[in-house]
Design a binder for this molecule. Structure first.
Ligand code: HSE
Length: 307
């Protein structure tokens, strides 16, 4: 008899300025819903439908099905799978659309097969899907999408959950243009000066230490990016103007979300977040850039079964 589950997986902000390819957090919204059911043909994975985005229905070229297939195969292909995707996170938006698909898919398969794997054990299978999108195997979107909260992904070994004791309110501005992750990665230099690399690792250390100490001011102050933003900001329309608008309106820190074009701006309460959102709206309207704004907080829970 066919079994069916529905999962929800969060959008994520990767890098957070200090941790290129290493740090990310899960957002309370938007998120992605997916229905996955078992079918009778062992090892066959198919996409039944995708709602809210135009994505490849070929199961070998779709991130969710590639991730699902990877876990199904590792479990010995006991059945087949059919996926229905409800995309509330726009592909190419820079807030982890592909990671949400990949992590939602493996959480669903884990449940359907009673595999009993922990979120960190699901990571390699989700990365098989994510790799399809960016051409690189970085976990800074997928790990927080699976584990929730703020997650550090060291170059080797399991991801580390970092305490996030702050009531930060995030404003996500998504200018309605698409930047392919592969292109945004192509804009980065292969080598960086040693002095910048040293300063960047110190900022990262300071941020993580401040999170552990519960020092919100210090954590916000540490969100510096010397390595990536200087090379990518030109890809994002009116980046400097929007940054000034957000900071003037009360944002305490912010920058490019993942590979963009979305940007994230951190406010200390809901009222400041509203002012930041309003001010970013004015900036986008003045420049005739279509946009979408999300108000979110850091979600403590990653992808999970909702039904
Ligand atoms: N760390 C990755 C990058 C995230 O910035 O390219 C991609 O969303």
């Amino acid at each position: 008899m066919s079994r069916e589950v529905t999962v929800w997986a969060p959008a994520t902000v990767a890098n957070l300025n200090v941790g290129f390819d290493a740090l990310g957090c899960a957002l309370s919204c938007p998120g992605e819903r997916m229905i996955v059911r078992t079918t009778e043909t062992p090892g066959e994975v198919r996409i039944r439908s995708v709602h809210g985005a135009s994505l490849d229905l070929n199961a070998d070229r779709n991130i969710a099905s590639v991730a699902a297939k990877s876990l199904l195969q590792a479990m010995g292909n006991p059945c087949g799978l059919e996926l229905e995707l409800f995309k509330d996170i726009k592909p190419g938006s820079g807030i982890g659309s592909s990671a949400a698909s990949a992590s939602g898919a493996v959480v669903a398969v884990n449940e359907l097969l009673n595999a009993g794997l922990r979120p960190e054990e699901l990571l390699p299978f989700a990365l098989d899907g994510e790799q399809l999108a960016s051409g690189a195997r970085h976990a800074d979107n997928v790990a927080p999408a699976l584990l929730g909260g703020l997650v550090l992904c060291p170059p080797e070994g399991a991801p580390l959950s970092i305490p996030m004791p702050f009531d930060w309110h995030l404003v996500i501005l998504h200018p309605q243009i698409e930047i392919r992750t592969a292109d945004a990665r192509g804009a980065l230099p292969e080598m960086v000066p040693l002095s910048d690399a040293a300063a960047q690792s110190a900022w990262m250390g300071a941020f993580v230490a401040a999170c552990h100490e519960g020092d919100s001011e210090r954590a916000l102050f540490s969100l510096e990016d010397l390595l990536v933003t200087p090379h990518r900001q030109g890809l994002i329309p009116h980046f400097e103007q929007m940054k000034q608008a957000a900071l003037r309106a009360g944002a305490r820190a912010g920058g490019i979300s993942g590979s963009g074009p979305s940007t994230f701006w951190i406010a200390k309460d809901a009222q400041d977040a509203q002012s930041v959102g309003d001010s970013l709206e004015v900036c986008m309207t003045e420049n005739a850039v279509p946009y979408h704004i999300h108000h979110a907080q850091i979600a403590p829970q990653g992808a999970h079964i909702v039904q």
